[in-house]
Unconditional design. Sequence first.
Length: 221
Amino acid sequence: MKKHAIVLLIGVLCLGVIGDAGAAKPKKLWEDAAGDADAGQGLGSVPGGWDLTSGTIVKKGANLEFTVTHADMPPFGSGPEMSRFLWNFTVGGTPFRLTVKSFDIGKPDVVGGQTSDRLGRVDSSGHFRLEGECVTDATLPLQRVNCPPLEYLEGTFDPGAMSFTVIVPLKAIKAKVGSVIGPGAEQICTICWVSHVAERSLNTTIIDSAAQTGSYKVPKK
């Protein structure tokens, strides 16, 4: 009986090792030096500011997980909406943008063409949004960048690991096996934390920025 139990235990351990070996590993698409965030924006008491260090993507099931790590990041649930994170990327050449906030209150930018779908919405555990192709409006004295919201995503902030993860369904960005996630065009920034007021981010208030130097090809598994 003991012999059978030992054989069974060894089999379970072997399966665990095989499972771990076959697990998908995140691919790092960009890095940024620690300690270069601009703390002079008057946005809070976080030492060093919203300090980006790296960004990765990994496929899990029918989703892509975008994870952004920091040397220093805004406190989870901090508000009211002092800053937002932006990541512009492409899927087979089609542009998309992720917008992330640690706290968000629904106030759609009607002037910018956003609908009222966020009216009354409060995201105290983090706000994760997928946006479509951005359009620059220079008709007003203050240049605007409008990126239409496509979908509200699931995501999590992990203050202990100084990171957050955004779950992006493959179907939301029309990605399939072999699709390439590449760098996006600069819209305020390509990748950055930026301060904002009333849904408006200004390129003069970038706290920390990075550039995507790698690409990710969607694998079969």
